[in-house]
Design a protein around this ligand. Structure first.
Ligand SMILES: Cc1cn([C@H]2C[C@H](O)[C@@H](COP(=O)(O)OP(=O)(O)O[C@H]3O[C@@H](C)C(=O)[C@@H](O)[C@H]3O)O2)c(=O)[nH]c1=O
Length: 190
C-alpha cells in the first residue's frame, strides 16, 4: 500500500502519508501496517487504541506525556474534522530538546504523526465534531501522567487559533522552563 514516512522539522516525529483507493463509493485506506512500520524503524506493539471525540472547534487537549518507565509513543489519526497536532521534545538528552513541531491532520489528507516516546503531545480541534484515534505503545497509567502548559512561553507553540475549550487539568500544568524541576521529577519516577 506504500506508506511514506518522513521526519518532521528535524525532530524524531514522523509524518505518515498513505495511499487511498477511491471509487464511486468513497475510498479505502490502510491506517496501520505492521511490516511497513517495522521497516521504517517504528514500534509495532500498540496495547492501547484510543478514540477522542471533540464536540466544539478550538478544543485543546495537551500537552501530555507519561514519566519513565511508562513513556508512550503515539500514532495519531484524525477520522473526522481537523486538528493541529503538536509534539514537544521533552527528552533532556535530545538535540531537539524543547523544540515543538506541528501539522494539520484531517480525514481528507489521511496523514498521521508518529510521536515518539518522551515527547509531550497535544492537539487543537479546528472543526466541530472532530474525532481522533490514536494508538499508544504503552498502557495508560494515571499516576505517571505529566504535562506542560499549551501556552508555555518558553516553548512558544504557534497554535493556528486561540483555544476555547480546555480541561481544568490542562489549565494547571506548569510551564516547562523549570528544567531542573522536571529533571528531578523525571529521576524520581524511575
Ligand atoms: C488518556 C486516557 C484517559 N483515561 C481517562 C482518565 C480520565 O478519567 C478521562 C479523561 O482523561 P484526560 O482528560 O487525561 O484525557 P485527554 O485530555 O484526552 O488525554 C489525552 O490527550 C491527548 C492529547 C494525548 O496525547 C493522550 O495521550 C491523552 O493524554 O479518561 C483513560 O482511562 N485512559 C487513557 O488512556
Amino acid at each position: 500500500m506504500g506508506m511514506k514516512f518522513e521526519k518532521l522539522g528535524g525532530t524524531d516525529v514522523c509524518v505518515i502519508s498513505r495511499n487511498s483507493f477511491s471509487d464511486a463509493r468513497g475510498s479505502f485506506t490502510r491506517v496501520y501496517c505492521e511490516a511497513e512500520f517495522a521497516e521504517a524503524g517504528l514500534p509495532t506493539h500498540f496495547p492501547h487504541i484510543n478514540f477522542s471525540d471533540n464536540v466544539a472547534p478550538f478544543t485543546l487537549r495537551g500537552m501530555h506525556f507519561q514519566y519513565p518507565p511508562h513513556e508512550e509513543g503515539k500514532m495519531i489519526f484524525c477520522v473526522a474534522g481537523r486538528i493541529f497536532d503538536v509534539a514537544v521534545d521533552v527528552r533532556p538528552e535530545s538535540s531537539t530538546y524543547k523544540q515543538w513541531v506541528g501539522l494539520e491532520l484531517d480525514a481528507d489528507n489521511k496523514q498521521s504523526l508518529y510521536v515518539p516516546a518522551g515527547f509531550a503531545h497535544g492537539f487543537l480541534t479546528l472543526e466541530p465534531h472532530t474525532r481522533v484515534i490514536y494508538m499508544a505503545t504503552e498502557p495508560y497509567k494515571g499516576g505517571a501522567e505529566g504535562g506542560l502548559r499549551y501556552d508555555d512561553p518558553a516553548i512558544a507553540i504557534k497554535w493556528p487559533a486561540q483555544p476555547v475549550t480546555v480541561s481544568d487539568k490542562d489549565l494547571v500544568w506548569p510551564c516547562f522552563d523549570a528544567a531542573a524541576h522536571h529533571a528531578a521529577k523525571w529521576g524520581k519516577q524511575k
